[in-house]
Design a protein around this ligand. Sequence first.
Ligand code: AOS
Ligand code: ZN
Ligand code: ZN
Ligand code: ZN
Length: 430
Amino acid sequence: MINPVTDEFIGQRNQRHEADLRSDYNALGEKLARDGIDIEALTRKAQEFRIAVPSWGVGTGGTRFARFPGLAEPRHIFDKLDDCAVINRLCRVTDEVSPHFPWDVVDDMSEVREHAAAHGLSFASVNSNTFQDRDGQSASFKFGSLSHTDKSARDIAVDHNIKCIEWGQQLGSRVLTVWVGDGSNLPGQQHFTRALERYLGSMREIYAALPDDWRVFIEHKMFEPAFYSTVIQDWGTNVLCALELGDKAYSLVDLGHHAPNVNIEMIVARLIQFGKLAGFHFNDSKYGDDDLDSGSLHPYQQFLIFNELVDAEHRDAYKVRPDYMLDQSHNVTDPIESLVTSAVAVQRSYLQALLVDRGALEGYQENNDALMASETLKRAFNTDVTPIQKAARLNSGGAIDPIECYRAAGYREALATERPAVKGGGSGIV
Ligand code: AOS
Ligand code: ZN
Ligand code: ZN
Ligand code: ZN
């Protein structure tokens, strides 16, 4: 394949921005130094930051109304990995890909692992799919999977998850993320307690199949595709299940899976406190799941979440560090551009949270100085850390201005013939 986004190309584009960056970086460095903050140390933290991208995120999404294909969309896992490699080459913080099964299954999974490695990529958590039927599946998932009333449907779902662990082992992954679409569309349709008992029974079988060094992440979601109730509807049910299953089970927080106005940062604090925070699926939304790119609407909320994460780091409160991943559906943007922008937006929240004066904040909290506590957070949030992010990318070989660089390279145009447009549904995107 032709890939115009080469290291050389990135280097050339960077030359145009280096002088401006140097002066912005120095100005910010002086400002931070007045607060006793070392900009070089922050830049190193920015370079160490990592967030995984989902394999399904590089395809153009759609809604139940329509899907409008983009130029040169990936056709299979190998194309998806090529796109993920471009994302990482531009921003240098996304060297892990989270695959989805069966969408990303091929006969010989070692080819997938090798293709990824050739691009400097490895694999984060593997995701099972029991919200769709396979061709010729003997019992349907229409009325649920792991919690289905019919044992034969549950067995198929359990087997699929166990197979996902095996595929994941071939890819070098060590985490299985389980999200189920199970739920109901009418009051009375489902017995809440029995449905959850069946789910737990299935999850116990999956849990028993986990290799010693594996963990399972449970992902809750308030609605969709079920619109009245879902079996794992919120973090309460999620963490109860994780506690019930055992030490290898953790609760995953997808930002788009809560009711509007829910205090997500507080959920994060609680999960950290009880050692059950698996990690995140980052995205943003105004109404529903995955509507918007990370940090595009609620950057302050994202910052407050990172405030909890950095606070935990500061207190040495983690037994296991949480995993960060993007999980977004891109309907009107180039997915590569959205994922780059989102990775940068999440990294920004992390850096802003690192700027919080923790000693001062604690003092204000102890003395009940509500206003100054809030101002301490806002001061960090209002600091523009862009020069740090740009310098971190430059140091790591990435693009100072990744979107400008990507557009100038003409990646999609170069691949248009090799990857013809696919119309209609079947996006394989959730
Ligand atoms: C679904 O809404 C969840 O966000 C899942 O994490 C994920 O998007 C899905 O597993 C991908 O198919
Ligand atoms: Zn490739
Ligand atoms: Zn998710
Ligand atoms: Zn979702």
